[in-house]
Ligand binder design. Structure first.
Ligand SMILES: C[C@@]1(CC(=O)O)C2=NC(=C\c3[nH]c(c(CCC(=O)O)c3CC(=O)O)Cc3[nH]c(c(CC(=O)O)c3CCC(=O)O)/C=C3\N/C(=C\2)[C@@H](CCC(=O)O)[C@]3(C)CC(=O)O)/[C@H]1CCC(=O)O
Ligand SMILES: NC(=O)c1ccc[n+]([C@@H]2O[C@H](COP(=O)([O-])OP(=O)(O)OC[C@H]3O[C@@H](n4cnc5c(N)ncnc54)[C@H](O)[C@@H]3O)[C@@H](O)[C@H]2O)c1
Length: 205
């Protein structure tokens, strides 16, 4: 299995099921602003709240293979294993499909992710142990403290500035490597000074 980073903004996501897991999958991706449709005979409070908040579509009945035709991503999250399996086998091979109770029937799984600004660390056990995945996520959550959020913004700003400097490729690489020294992450003043330095140099090389 190959990890890919996927842009779901404005993309159609159809979720079969309206329970706890359907809600969790939707809340994991909601920040990407996808266009989500839930199809289920019954919806949990969490799904109703998420839908009201984000304008998602709710269709109250059992899911049918035709429901997924326009979907970029399909999430099969009913609590009926045979319904999930039958829907999975009805889908064309070029659609992204996550089957929450039997990952081998689909072609994508969700990793656990720790987000700090522009940085995202994702963990997967390829479905072999979701519990291990959660344990490692907790460890990463502690390892990457809050300083990483402004630091990744600092790195992005510096990179934009450095790319525009009238210096050689090798000098740019040197500048970019230097930013990875830990003092820039831990010391806000060092970040401010560096940014000022780069701005001044850009204005007057
Ligand atoms: C990482 C995370 C992402 C997310 O969903 O956002 C995720 N599961 C999470 C939570 C979680 N999973 C489970 C529980 C309940 C009990 C417990 O505490 O263990 C909880 C907690 C809860 O529900 O609260 C159990 C479980 N999980 C799966 C099965 C079915 C099966 O495999 O048979 C069973 C039941 C059998 C069992 O117990 O093993 C299947 C999958 N779960 C995956 C992802 C995919 C592979 C991930 C990997 O690479 O390992 C995969 C294959 C498909 C998919 O769903 O994409 C998220 C972390 C949340 C976080 O902390 O951020
Ligand atoms: N992937 C994971 O991380 C993970 C974690 C725990 C459990 N699970 C599995 O996920 C499944 C769902 O769990 P849950 O807690 O959300 O269950 P739940 O009981 O809270 O919700 C089930 C939902 O499925 C709907 N449903 C049933 N048959 C349907 C059909 N034919 N078409 C459309 N919707 C239908 C119900 O109306 C309900 O909305 C369970 O089978 C469990 O094995 C997955």
């Amino acid at each position: 299995m190959q990890p890919l980073i996927i842009d779901l903004s404005g993309k159609k996501v159809v979720i079969a099921g309206g329970g706890r897991i359907a809600a969790r999958k939707a809340s994991v991706i909601q920040h990407e602003k996808p266009d989500i449709t839930f199809i289920a005979p019954e919806f949990s409070e969490e799904v109703l709240e998420l839908s009201l908040e984000n304008g998602y579509t709710l269709i109250q009945r059992k899911a049918d293979p035709a429901d997924f035709e326009q979907a970029m991503l399909v999430i099969l999250a009913t609590n009926d294993r045979s319904a999930n399996a039958a829907l999975a086998s009805s889908l064309p091979p070029n659609q992204l499909v996550c089957v929450v109770d039997e990952s081998g029937l689909g072609n994508v799984t969700f990793p656990a992710t720790v987000r700090r600004g522009h940085l995202q660390v994702a963990v997967t056990s390829n479905g072999s142990s979701p519990k291990l995945t959660r344990k490692l996520k907790r460890e990463l959550d502690e390892q990457f403290d809050a300083s990483w959020e402004p630091y990744t913004a600092f790195l992005a700003s510096c990179r934009t500035l450095i790319k525009d400097l009238p210096i050689s490729f090798d000098e740019k690489q040197e500048q970019l490597w230097e930013l990875l020294e830990d003092r820039y992450r831990t010391d806000t003043q060092a970040q401010i000074t560096k940014l000022k330095q780069l701005e001044l140099y850009r204005a007057d090389p």
